[in-house]
Write a protein that binds this ligand. Sequence first.
Ligand SMILES: *[C@@H]1O[C@H](CO)[C@@H](O)[C@H](O)[C@H]1NC(C)=O
Ligand SMILES: *[C@@H]1O[C@H](CO)[C@@H](O)[C@H](O)[C@H]1NC(C)=O
Ligand SMILES: *[C@@H]1O[C@H](CO)[C@@H](O)[C@H](O)[C@H]1NC(C)=O
Ligand SMILES: *[C@@H]1O[C@H](CO)[C@@H](O)[C@H](O)[C@H]1NC(C)=O
Ligand SMILES: *[C@@H]1O[C@H](CO)[C@@H](O)[C@H](O)[C@H]1NC(C)=O
Ligand SMILES: *[C@@H]1O[C@H](CO)[C@@H](O)[C@H](O)[C@H]1NC(C)=O
Length: 414
Amino acid sequence: MECSWKVVVLLVFASLGIQYTAIKSLRTAFKSPCQVMGAESRCLQRDVRDNASRLLCEDLGQQESRKHIILLATTRSGSSFLGQIFNQNPDIFYLYEPLYHVQRAFTNSSARMQKQIDRRSLLGAYRDLLHNLYNCDFYFLENYLRPAPKDHETTSFFRRGASNALCLPPVCEQLHPIEEHLCAKKCRTVNLTLVSKSCHQYKHMAIKTVRIPEINDIRTLVEDPRLNLKVIHLVRDPRGILASRINTFTDLYRAWKIWNSSGRKPHHVDLSQITTTCTDLINSVETGFSRPSWLKGKYMLVRYEDLARDPIRKAKEMYEFVGLGWKNNVQKWIEQNTNGNGVPLGNFKFTTSRNAAETAENWRLHLCLDIVLALQNMCNVTLSLLGYQSVDSTPQLKNLSHTLVEPRIFLPFT
Ligand SMILES: *[C@@H]1O[C@H](CO)[C@@H](O)[C@H](O)[C@H]1NC(C)=O
Ligand SMILES: *[C@@H]1O[C@H](CO)[C@@H](O)[C@H](O)[C@H]1NC(C)=O
Ligand SMILES: *[C@@H]1O[C@H](CO)[C@@H](O)[C@H](O)[C@H]1NC(C)=O
Ligand SMILES: *[C@@H]1O[C@H](CO)[C@@H](O)[C@H](O)[C@H]1NC(C)=O
Ligand SMILES: *[C@@H]1O[C@H](CO)[C@@H](O)[C@H](O)[C@H]1NC(C)=O
Ligand SMILES: *[C@@H]1O[C@H](CO)[C@@H](O)[C@H](O)[C@H]1NC(C)=O
Protein backbone atom coordinates (compact mmCIF):
# COMPACT_ATOMS: atom_id res chain seq x y z
CA MET A 1 0.00 0.00 0.00
CA GLU A 2 1.25 3.39 -0.91
CA CYS A 3 1.14 5.91 1.87
CA SER A 4 2.16 9.35 0.76
CA TRP A 5 3.30 11.96 3.30
CA LYS A 6 0.28 14.08 2.36
CA VAL A 7 -2.12 11.42 3.57
CA VAL A 8 -0.22 11.08 6.84
CA VAL A 9 -0.32 14.82 7.50
CA LEU A 10 -3.99 14.93 6.67
CA LEU A 11 -4.74 12.06 9.01
CA VAL A 12 -2.79 13.68 11.82
CA PHE A 13 -4.65 16.96 11.39
CA ALA A 14 -7.99 15.21 11.25
CA SER A 15 -7.36 13.25 14.43
CA LEU A 16 -6.11 16.37 16.21
CA GLY A 17 -9.28 18.16 15.18
CA ILE A 18 -11.50 15.36 16.42
CA GLN A 19 -9.65 15.20 19.73
CA TYR A 20 -9.92 18.93 20.17
CA THR A 21 -13.65 18.96 19.50
CA ALA A 22 -14.19 15.98 21.76
CA ILE A 23 -12.25 17.50 24.65
CA LYS A 24 -13.96 20.82 24.23
CA SER A 25 -17.45 19.37 24.23
CA LEU A 26 -16.60 17.15 27.18
CA ARG A 27 -15.37 20.12 29.16
CA THR A 28 -18.49 22.08 28.39
CA ALA A 29 -20.65 19.15 29.41
CA PHE A 30 -18.90 18.71 32.73
CA LYS A 31 -18.64 22.31 33.65
CA SER A 32 -21.48 23.24 35.94
CA PRO A 33 -23.36 26.39 35.01
CA CYS A 34 -21.91 27.95 38.14
CA GLN A 35 -18.40 27.75 36.83
CA VAL A 36 -18.96 28.80 33.26
CA MET A 37 -19.43 32.47 34.04
CA GLY A 38 -19.02 34.42 37.23
CA ALA A 39 -20.64 32.03 39.66
CA GLU A 40 -23.08 34.48 41.20
CA SER A 41 -24.32 36.09 38.01
CA ARG A 42 -24.91 32.73 36.37
CA CYS A 43 -26.63 31.26 39.40
CA LEU A 44 -28.85 34.29 39.58
CA GLN A 45 -30.17 33.55 36.11
CA ARG A 46 -33.18 31.32 35.78
CA ASP A 47 -31.68 28.78 33.41
CA VAL A 48 -30.22 26.49 36.00
CA ARG A 49 -32.42 23.56 35.10
CA ASP A 50 -31.01 20.31 36.36
CA ASN A 51 -31.08 19.53 40.05
CA ALA A 52 -27.37 18.82 40.39
CA SER A 53 -26.41 22.26 39.14
CA ARG A 54 -29.04 23.88 41.26
CA LEU A 55 -27.61 22.22 44.35
CA LEU A 56 -24.14 23.33 43.35
CA CYS A 57 -25.36 26.88 42.98
CA GLU A 58 -27.11 26.82 46.31
CA ASP A 59 -23.99 25.48 47.94
CA LEU A 60 -21.90 28.16 46.36
CA GLY A 61 -24.37 30.84 47.36
CA GLN A 62 -24.17 29.73 50.97
CA GLN A 63 -20.41 29.73 50.89
CA GLU A 64 -20.38 33.23 49.50
CA SER A 65 -22.67 34.58 52.16
CA ARG A 66 -21.16 32.67 55.08
CA LYS A 67 -18.40 34.79 56.55
CA HIS A 68 -15.43 33.34 58.35
CA ILE A 69 -13.55 35.87 60.39
CA ILE A 70 -10.28 35.58 62.28
CA LEU A 71 -9.35 38.17 64.88
CA LEU A 72 -5.58 38.14 65.06
CA ALA A 73 -4.01 39.85 68.05
CA THR A 74 -1.39 39.62 70.79
CA THR A 75 -1.94 39.26 74.52
CA ARG A 76 -3.06 42.45 76.22
CA SER A 77 -3.83 44.36 73.06
CA GLY A 78 -7.57 44.73 73.61
CA SER A 79 -8.64 41.59 71.80
CA SER A 80 -11.34 40.62 74.30
CA PHE A 81 -13.08 43.87 73.60
CA LEU A 82 -12.70 43.41 69.86
CA GLY A 83 -14.08 39.89 70.20
CA GLN A 84 -17.23 41.19 71.86
CA ILE A 85 -18.03 43.23 68.78
CA PHE A 86 -18.57 39.91 67.01
CA ASN A 87 -19.73 37.85 69.98
CA GLN A 88 -22.66 40.21 70.57
CA ASN A 89 -23.98 39.64 67.07
CA PRO A 90 -26.68 36.92 67.23
CA ASP A 91 -25.83 35.76 63.69
CA ILE A 92 -22.22 34.99 64.56
CA PHE A 93 -20.85 31.87 66.19
CA TYR A 94 -17.93 33.31 68.13
CA LEU A 95 -15.08 31.37 69.71
CA TYR A 96 -12.65 32.77 72.26
CA GLU A 97 -9.10 31.36 72.02
CA PRO A 98 -9.82 27.77 71.01
CA LEU A 99 -6.12 27.36 70.16
CA TYR A 100 -5.43 27.45 73.89
CA HIS A 101 -6.14 23.71 73.96
CA VAL A 102 -3.55 22.97 71.29
CA GLN A 103 -0.91 25.00 73.09
CA ARG A 104 -1.75 23.26 76.37
CA ALA A 105 -1.54 19.81 74.83
CA PHE A 106 1.79 20.58 73.21
CA THR A 107 3.45 22.32 76.12
CA ASN A 108 2.24 20.22 78.99
CA SER A 109 4.12 17.04 78.14
CA SER A 110 6.99 18.10 80.37
CA ALA A 111 8.52 21.31 81.58
CA ARG A 112 11.78 20.44 79.89
CA MET A 113 10.04 20.02 76.56
CA GLN A 114 8.29 23.37 76.79
CA LYS A 115 11.24 25.35 75.57
CA GLN A 116 11.89 23.17 72.60
CA ILE A 117 8.51 22.46 71.05
CA ASP A 118 8.83 22.74 67.38
CA ARG A 119 7.27 25.99 66.33
CA ARG A 120 6.35 24.71 62.91
CA SER A 121 4.45 21.68 64.13
CA LEU A 122 2.60 23.80 66.66
CA LEU A 123 1.56 26.24 63.94
CA GLY A 124 0.51 23.34 61.74
CA ALA A 125 -1.69 22.02 64.51
CA TYR A 126 -3.17 25.50 65.01
CA ARG A 127 -4.07 25.75 61.35
CA ASP A 128 -5.58 22.26 61.32
CA LEU A 129 -7.77 23.05 64.25
CA LEU A 130 -8.88 26.40 62.82
CA HIS A 131 -9.79 24.75 59.55
CA ASN A 132 -11.88 22.12 61.26
CA LEU A 133 -13.57 24.62 63.54
CA TYR A 134 -14.60 26.84 60.63
CA ASN A 135 -16.23 23.70 59.22
CA CYS A 136 -18.00 23.23 62.57
CA ASP A 137 -16.16 19.98 63.30
CA PHE A 138 -15.77 20.09 67.05
CA TYR A 139 -14.86 16.42 67.41
CA PHE A 140 -11.47 17.41 66.04
CA LEU A 141 -10.98 19.64 69.08
CA GLU A 142 -11.28 16.55 71.29
CA ASN A 143 -7.75 15.58 70.30
CA TYR A 144 -6.55 18.45 72.44
CA LEU A 145 -9.00 18.50 75.33
CA ARG A 146 -7.61 17.31 78.65
CA PRO A 147 -9.02 15.23 80.20
CA ALA A 148 -10.26 13.54 77.03
CA PRO A 149 -14.03 13.97 76.62
CA LYS A 150 -16.37 11.02 77.19
CA ASP A 151 -19.24 10.59 74.74
CA HIS A 152 -18.30 13.95 73.22
CA GLU A 153 -18.93 15.68 76.50
CA THR A 154 -16.36 17.89 78.22
CA THR A 155 -16.03 20.00 81.33
CA SER A 156 -12.81 21.71 80.23
CA PHE A 157 -13.79 23.92 77.32
CA PHE A 158 -11.54 26.97 77.82
CA ARG A 159 -13.49 30.12 78.73
CA ARG A 160 -16.70 28.74 77.22
CA GLY A 161 -18.62 31.55 78.91
CA ALA A 162 -16.80 34.10 76.75
CA SER A 163 -18.74 32.76 73.79
CA ASN A 164 -22.45 33.52 73.73
CA ALA A 165 -23.17 30.65 71.37
CA LEU A 166 -21.85 28.18 73.95
CA CYS A 167 -24.25 29.53 76.59
CA LEU A 168 -27.40 29.50 74.48
CA PRO A 169 -29.59 26.75 72.96
CA PRO A 170 -28.99 24.14 71.75
CA VAL A 171 -25.75 23.98 73.77
CA CYS A 172 -27.28 25.36 76.97
CA GLU A 173 -30.85 25.88 78.13
CA GLN A 174 -30.38 29.61 78.86
CA LEU A 175 -32.62 31.69 76.63
CA HIS A 176 -30.61 34.92 76.75
CA PRO A 177 -26.90 35.68 76.80
CA ILE A 178 -25.56 35.63 80.35
CA GLU A 179 -22.40 36.77 82.12
CA GLU A 180 -19.36 34.61 81.58
CA HIS A 181 -19.09 33.29 85.14
CA LEU A 182 -22.83 32.53 85.26
CA CYS A 183 -22.59 30.54 82.06
CA ALA A 184 -19.87 28.30 83.43
CA LYS A 185 -21.96 27.70 86.54
CA LYS A 186 -25.36 27.20 84.96
CA CYS A 187 -24.50 25.40 81.74
CA ARG A 188 -22.04 22.89 83.22
CA THR A 189 -20.75 20.39 80.65
CA VAL A 190 -20.34 21.06 76.95
CA ASN A 191 -21.80 18.51 74.55
CA LEU A 192 -19.62 18.83 71.47
CA THR A 193 -22.22 17.17 69.26
CA LEU A 194 -24.55 20.00 70.15
CA VAL A 195 -21.82 22.58 69.63
CA SER A 196 -21.30 21.36 66.07
CA LYS A 197 -25.01 21.45 65.49
CA SER A 198 -25.25 24.95 66.89
CA CYS A 199 -22.29 26.10 64.81
CA HIS A 200 -24.08 25.04 61.62
CA GLN A 201 -27.15 27.02 62.62
CA TYR A 202 -25.34 30.34 62.76
CA LYS A 203 -24.86 32.35 59.61
CA HIS A 204 -21.26 33.35 60.27
CA MET A 205 -18.30 32.45 62.38
CA ALA A 206 -15.58 34.44 64.13
CA ILE A 207 -12.56 33.15 66.02
CA LYS A 208 -10.29 35.26 68.18
CA THR A 209 -6.72 34.22 68.82
CA VAL A 210 -3.55 35.67 70.31
CA ARG A 211 -1.61 32.51 69.49
CA ILE A 212 -0.82 33.02 65.82
CA PRO A 213 2.40 35.08 65.77
CA GLU A 214 1.98 36.66 62.36
CA ILE A 215 -0.27 36.75 59.34
CA ASN A 216 2.08 34.68 57.18
CA ASP A 217 1.46 31.77 59.54
CA ILE A 218 -2.14 31.46 58.32
CA ARG A 219 -1.50 32.10 54.66
CA THR A 220 -2.71 28.63 53.60
CA LEU A 221 -6.01 29.28 55.37
CA VAL A 222 -6.42 32.69 53.78
CA GLU A 223 -5.71 31.20 50.37
CA ASP A 224 -8.28 28.43 50.76
CA PRO A 225 -11.24 29.58 48.65
CA ARG A 226 -13.69 27.33 50.52
CA LEU A 227 -12.95 29.12 53.77
CA ASN A 228 -13.49 32.63 52.46
CA LEU A 229 -11.58 33.98 55.43
CA LYS A 230 -11.36 37.64 56.47
CA VAL A 231 -8.53 38.73 58.73
CA ILE A 232 -8.89 41.54 61.23
CA HIS A 233 -5.47 42.29 62.63
CA LEU A 234 -5.53 44.15 65.92
CA VAL A 235 -2.38 46.02 66.89
CA ARG A 236 -1.48 48.20 69.83
CA ASP A 237 1.37 50.41 70.98
CA PRO A 238 3.92 47.91 72.35
CA ARG A 239 4.50 50.23 75.31
CA GLY A 240 0.82 49.85 76.20
CA ILE A 241 0.98 46.10 75.68
CA LEU A 242 3.96 45.84 78.02
CA ALA A 243 2.39 47.96 80.77
CA SER A 244 -0.71 45.83 80.65
CA ARG A 245 1.23 42.58 80.73
CA ILE A 246 3.30 43.67 83.74
CA ASN A 247 0.05 44.34 85.49
CA THR A 248 -1.60 41.09 84.47
CA PHE A 249 1.09 38.41 84.32
CA THR A 250 2.71 39.30 87.61
CA ASP A 251 4.95 36.21 87.77
CA LEU A 252 6.08 36.08 84.18
CA TYR A 253 6.84 39.81 84.07
CA ARG A 254 8.21 40.18 87.58
CA ALA A 255 11.60 41.44 86.39
CA TRP A 256 9.89 44.18 84.41
CA LYS A 257 7.97 45.24 87.46
CA ILE A 258 11.20 45.57 89.39
CA TRP A 259 12.64 47.60 86.52
CA ASN A 260 9.57 49.84 86.55
CA SER A 261 9.63 50.56 90.25
CA SER A 262 13.41 50.90 90.61
CA GLY A 263 14.03 52.73 87.34
CA ARG A 264 17.02 50.43 86.72
CA LYS A 265 17.12 47.43 84.44
CA PRO A 266 17.62 44.11 86.26
CA HIS A 267 20.12 41.73 84.63
CA HIS A 268 17.67 38.87 84.32
CA VAL A 269 14.91 40.68 82.47
CA ASP A 270 13.83 38.77 79.37
CA LEU A 271 13.69 41.42 76.65
CA SER A 272 12.38 38.92 74.11
CA GLN A 273 9.04 39.01 75.93
CA ILE A 274 8.38 42.27 74.13
CA THR A 275 10.84 42.29 71.22
CA THR A 276 9.27 39.10 69.83
CA THR A 277 5.93 40.87 69.87
CA CYS A 278 7.43 43.85 68.04
CA THR A 279 9.02 41.63 65.40
CA ASP A 280 5.78 39.72 64.84
CA LEU A 281 3.94 43.02 64.47
CA ILE A 282 6.45 44.28 61.91
CA ASN A 283 6.25 41.06 59.90
CA SER A 284 2.47 41.10 59.74
CA VAL A 285 2.11 44.79 59.09
CA GLU A 286 4.77 44.87 56.39
CA THR A 287 3.15 41.90 54.72
CA GLY A 288 -0.16 43.75 54.77
CA PHE A 289 1.38 46.99 53.52
CA SER A 290 3.03 45.18 50.61
CA ARG A 291 -0.46 44.24 49.37
CA PRO A 292 0.16 40.68 48.25
CA SER A 293 -2.56 39.25 46.04
CA TRP A 294 -3.41 36.53 48.56
CA LEU A 295 -4.51 39.19 51.05
CA LYS A 296 -6.52 41.22 48.58
CA GLY A 297 -9.83 42.21 50.15
CA LYS A 298 -9.09 39.95 53.10
CA TYR A 299 -6.97 42.00 55.47
CA MET A 300 -7.84 44.88 57.73
CA LEU A 301 -5.46 46.51 60.19
CA VAL A 302 -7.04 48.03 63.31
CA ARG A 303 -5.16 50.01 65.93
CA TYR A 304 -6.54 49.42 69.39
CA GLU A 305 -6.17 53.13 70.11
CA ASP A 306 -8.49 54.00 67.22
CA LEU A 307 -10.98 51.38 68.33
CA ALA A 308 -10.90 52.81 71.85
CA ARG A 309 -11.34 56.38 70.68
CA ASP A 310 -14.41 55.74 68.59
CA PRO A 311 -15.55 52.15 69.07
CA ILE A 312 -18.84 52.37 67.22
CA ARG A 313 -17.35 53.96 64.16
CA LYS A 314 -14.49 51.49 64.05
CA ALA A 315 -16.82 48.56 64.61
CA LYS A 316 -18.99 49.69 61.71
CA GLU A 317 -15.91 49.90 59.50
CA MET A 318 -15.01 46.35 60.41
CA TYR A 319 -18.52 45.10 59.68
CA GLU A 320 -18.40 46.79 56.32
CA PHE A 321 -15.05 45.25 55.54
CA VAL A 322 -16.31 41.78 56.39
CA GLY A 323 -19.56 42.36 54.52
CA LEU A 324 -21.95 42.21 57.45
CA GLY A 325 -24.93 44.44 58.16
CA TRP A 326 -24.78 46.53 61.34
CA LYS A 327 -26.56 45.16 64.42
CA ASN A 328 -28.34 47.08 67.13
CA ASN A 329 -27.30 44.54 69.76
CA VAL A 330 -23.70 45.35 69.02
CA GLN A 331 -24.32 49.08 69.16
CA LYS A 332 -26.10 48.67 72.49
CA TRP A 333 -23.37 46.51 73.96
CA ILE A 334 -20.68 49.01 72.99
CA GLU A 335 -22.67 51.89 74.44
CA GLN A 336 -23.13 50.02 77.70
CA ASN A 337 -19.52 48.94 78.02
CA THR A 338 -17.64 52.05 77.05
CA ASN A 339 -17.98 55.60 78.05
CA GLY A 340 -17.13 58.42 75.73
CA ASN A 341 -13.57 57.78 74.66
CA GLY A 342 -12.77 55.16 77.26
CA VAL A 343 -12.56 51.52 76.35
CA PRO A 344 -11.72 49.50 79.42
CA LEU A 345 -8.59 47.42 79.43
CA GLY A 346 -5.93 48.54 81.91
CA ASN A 347 -6.69 47.02 85.26
CA PHE A 348 -9.19 44.47 84.09
CA LYS A 349 -7.74 41.05 83.89
CA PHE A 350 -9.34 39.36 80.92
CA THR A 351 -12.61 41.14 81.35
CA THR A 352 -14.26 43.92 79.52
CA SER A 353 -16.20 46.01 81.92
CA ARG A 354 -17.10 49.60 82.24
CA ASN A 355 -14.58 52.10 83.49
CA ALA A 356 -14.65 55.61 82.24
CA ALA A 357 -11.22 56.48 83.59
CA GLU A 358 -9.36 53.92 81.53
CA THR A 359 -8.12 55.00 78.16
CA ALA A 360 -5.87 53.43 75.62
CA GLU A 361 -2.98 55.71 76.55
CA ASN A 362 -3.15 55.19 80.28
CA TRP A 363 0.00 53.09 80.13
CA ARG A 364 1.90 56.38 80.10
CA LEU A 365 1.09 56.83 83.79
CA HIS A 366 2.25 53.30 84.59
CA LEU A 367 5.65 52.98 82.96
CA CYS A 368 8.84 54.67 84.09
CA LEU A 369 10.81 56.65 81.52
CA ASP A 370 13.73 54.22 81.58
CA ILE A 371 11.61 51.32 80.31
CA VAL A 372 9.89 53.55 77.79
CA LEU A 373 13.22 54.71 76.35
CA ALA A 374 14.56 51.16 76.18
CA LEU A 375 11.41 49.98 74.47
CA GLN A 376 11.42 52.83 71.98
CA ASN A 377 14.92 51.77 71.11
CA MET A 378 14.08 48.09 70.69
CA CYS A 379 10.79 48.60 68.90
CA ASN A 380 11.52 51.75 66.91
CA VAL A 381 10.49 50.24 63.59
CA THR A 382 7.18 48.95 64.97
CA LEU A 383 6.39 52.33 66.51
CA SER A 384 7.06 54.26 63.35
CA LEU A 385 5.22 51.77 61.10
CA LEU A 386 2.08 52.06 63.19
CA GLY A 387 2.29 55.78 63.91
CA TYR A 388 3.18 55.84 67.60
CA GLN A 389 5.33 58.79 68.66
CA SER A 390 8.35 58.45 70.90
CA VAL A 391 9.01 60.61 73.95
CA ASP A 392 12.29 61.68 75.52
CA SER A 393 11.32 63.15 78.86
CA THR A 394 9.07 62.33 81.78
CA PRO A 395 6.90 65.48 81.44
CA GLN A 396 6.31 64.55 77.81
CA LEU A 397 5.51 60.97 78.77
CA LYS A 398 3.04 61.91 81.49
CA ASN A 399 1.24 64.75 79.73
CA LEU A 400 -1.84 62.95 78.49
CA SER A 401 -3.30 66.03 76.84
CA HIS A 402 -0.80 65.47 74.06
CA THR A 403 -1.54 62.18 72.33
CA LEU A 404 1.27 59.93 71.09
CA VAL A 405 -1.00 58.31 68.53
CA GLU A 406 -0.56 59.95 65.15
CA PRO A 407 -3.67 60.10 63.01
CA ARG A 408 -3.34 57.38 60.40
CA ILE A 409 -5.80 55.75 58.09
CA PHE A 410 -5.27 52.10 57.35
CA LEU A 411 -7.62 51.09 54.59
CA PRO A 412 -8.18 47.48 53.59
CA PHE A 413 -6.94 47.09 50.01
CA THR A 414 -9.14 45.54 47.40
C1 LIG B 1 -35.56 17.89 41.06
O1 LIG B 1 -35.96 18.27 42.37
C2 LIG B 1 -37.35 18.39 42.53
C3 LIG B 1 -37.61 18.87 43.95
O2 LIG B 1 -36.52 19.58 44.45
C4 LIG B 1 -38.03 17.07 42.28
O3 LIG B 1 -39.44 17.25 42.39
C5 LIG B 1 -37.67 16.59 40.90
O4 LIG B 1 -38.22 15.30 40.69
C6 LIG B 1 -36.18 16.54 40.70
N1 LIG B 1 -35.88 16.20 39.31
C7 LIG B 1 -35.03 15.26 38.97
C8 LIG B 1 -34.80 15.05 37.52
O5 LIG B 1 -34.41 14.60 39.82
C1 LIG C 1 0.56 17.38 82.26
O1 LIG C 1 1.70 16.57 82.28
C2 LIG C 1 1.93 15.93 83.52
C3 LIG C 1 3.24 15.21 83.45
O2 LIG C 1 3.46 14.62 82.21
C4 LIG C 1 0.75 15.01 83.83
O3 LIG C 1 0.93 14.36 85.08
C5 LIG C 1 -0.53 15.82 83.88
O4 LIG C 1 -1.64 14.98 84.06
C6 LIG C 1 -0.70 16.59 82.58
N1 LIG C 1 -1.83 17.47 82.72
C7 LIG C 1 -2.78 17.59 81.80
C8 LIG C 1 -3.87 18.55 82.09
O5 LIG C 1 -2.75 16.97 80.75
C1 LIG D 1 -25.16 15.15 73.18
O1 LIG D 1 -26.14 15.58 72.28
C2 LIG D 1 -26.53 14.61 71.35
C3 LIG D 1 -27.47 15.29 70.35
O2 LIG D 1 -28.56 15.84 70.99
C4 LIG D 1 -27.18 13.45 72.06
O3 LIG D 1 -27.58 12.46 71.14
C5 LIG D 1 -26.18 12.88 73.06
O4 LIG D 1 -26.81 11.87 73.83
C6 LIG D 1 -25.65 13.96 73.98
N1 LIG D 1 -24.57 13.40 74.75
C7 LIG D 1 -24.61 13.32 76.05
C8 LIG D 1 -23.43 12.70 76.71
O5 LIG D 1 -25.54 13.73 76.70
C1 LIG E 1 5.34 51.42 87.67
O1 LIG E 1 5.74 52.20 88.75
C2 LIG E 1 4.92 53.31 89.00
C3 LIG E 1 5.59 54.17 90.08
O2 LIG E 1 6.22 53.38 91.02
C4 LIG E 1 3.55 52.83 89.43
O3 LIG E 1 2.70 53.93 89.67
C5 LIG E 1 2.98 51.99 88.29
O4 LIG E 1 1.73 51.47 88.66
C6 LIG E 1 3.94 50.88 87.93
N1 LIG E 1 3.46 50.21 86.73
C7 LIG E 1 3.20 48.93 86.64
C8 LIG E 1 2.73 48.44 85.31
O5 LIG E 1 3.30 48.17 87.57
C1 LIG F 1 15.71 52.04 64.36
O1 LIG F 1 16.93 51.96 65.01
C2 LIG F 1 18.03 51.50 64.22
C3 LIG F 1 19.28 51.42 65.05
O2 LIG F 1 19.04 51.18 66.37
C4 LIG F 1 18.24 52.44 63.05
O3 LIG F 1 19.25 51.95 62.21
C5 LIG F 1 16.96 52.57 62.26
O4 LIG F 1 17.10 53.54 61.25
C6 LIG F 1 15.78 52.96 63.16
N1 LIG F 1 14.59 52.91 62.37
C7 LIG F 1 13.60 53.78 62.49
C8 LIG F 1 12.42 53.61 61.59
O5 LIG F 1 13.62 54.68 63.30
C1 LIG G 1 0.78 69.29 77.84
O1 LIG G 1 0.62 69.26 76.42
C2 LIG G 1 -0.19 70.27 75.92
C3 LIG G 1 -0.45 70.01 74.45
O2 LIG G 1 0.71 69.62 73.78
C4 LIG G 1 0.49 71.63 76.18
O3 LIG G 1 -0.31 72.67 75.69
C5 LIG G 1 0.69 71.80 77.69
O4 LIG G 1 1.43 72.97 77.94
C6 LIG G 1 1.43 70.59 78.25
N1 LIG G 1 1.41 70.69 79.72
C7 LIG G 1 2.53 70.62 80.44
C8 LIG G 1 2.37 70.70 81.91
O5 LIG G 1 3.63 70.47 79.93
